[in-house]
Design a protein. Sequence first.
Length: 488
Amino acid sequence: MSASAETPRTLSPRGQTIVLLTCCLSVFVAGLDVTIVNVALPSIQRALHAPLSGLQWAIDSYTLVIACLLMLSGSLADRFGRRRVFQVGLATFSLGSLLCSVAPSLGALVAFRAFQAVGGSMLNPVAMSIIATTFTEPAARARAVGAWGAVAGLSLASGPVVGGLLVSGLGWRSIFWINVPIGILAIYLTQRFVPESKAARGRRFDPLGQLFVVTLLGPATAAVIEGPRYGWSSPLIVALFALAAASAVGLVVAERRRSEPLVDIRFFRSPAFSGATLIALVALMTLGGFLLLNTLYLQDVRGYSPLRAGVLTIPMAAAMAVFSTISGRIVAARGPRPALVLAGLLLAAGTGLMIGTGRDSADWYLVLAYLVYGAGAGLVGTPITNTALSGLPRDQSGVAGAIASTCRQTGAAIGVAVCGSIVAGSSAGFVSASHAAWAVLAGCGVATVLLGLISTGRWARAHAASSGRELSAQTTVNARALGTEVAR
């Protein structure tokens, strides 16, 4: 039997539907948390007397912890059981949300958001594994994944409105309350209806690799966020960048020596995979930066209420949901290149339009920018995954997909850090400073186009296939060696 998954029993159609519903609850609450917190940022800033860097940490403490733990959570689920880890994730996420709602200070909120993210890292990846083991027939699995994607889009679209209603009516703390009953319901349904499953042979733990991932992503993001406050040449900032650089070198050296590394460096020999990870970074930088800048612009500069700001951004979330579905069809019919190129052009155009915003920009102009950007953000996800997996052995797809997902989360965190630092480090006022930040995001859209063309070209595809064959052969040799070692 494959080591990737095993299902203990066949479920009835009704049972499969309930399992899918339960997994969709997790993606709904996780997606809702992204946009609902952004709507509340100005209220949090006023209530907790937080500087802009504090708002960056309120977002990035969550995003970074998820980025650091995604691969570990998947490994834990394969080893100890997907249902068990999923329930632990739901419970931790719900408890973290409750703690966030009673946070007495900015520091406490940041800490509780990090704790919440520990649970969040166990939700979507593990839920997707549960769906894969529940729906074994290809057509049924495709429909289940489609429903999953639709719910993800719905959660993003619902966040601004739900967040606006809650913040306007009950205050910012109420945005975290909504996660608790949904989490409790999902825990009950998981215990009642989701069968346990685990890999035939779980991957070995890689504590050194996990440590290097944490000491790479954390200090690098901290340096970018705190640079404007402490000074870019201050000993603290230089030390943080030095630690991140040393961790990157250590990660490469350590992971090359392991037969089952947390981050398989061999994947990066494939130009397609390397290109996909870079695209994930720069494309998702635009999302993290866009949400931060736009929220502060609408509420602090334009003076809009949280509800009005949330309603105004619905077109962006709706476009993301619609074009994520269209993206799958384009990739299936034409491959990833057209979707990546079009996505990059739309990301550049949407953020480019925001460069022209001022205090009195018309709402129709903002909606146009939101629609254009949302279409690009919706298009980019599927071709990133498709390109990352190009040429790789099927039994390595889970690990490769986890690395690509980690790059997405890292990109979003860097986008928040970079754009916040540009605004915080300027004395020209938010509107003028934000134009430079929007220009950086537009450049990320252009980079998406260029990287998309390079990583999907003939040379990249040929090398991806060659790298995949070498990786498959090496994996077979390692598996035989490991089997001989176990037999002894």
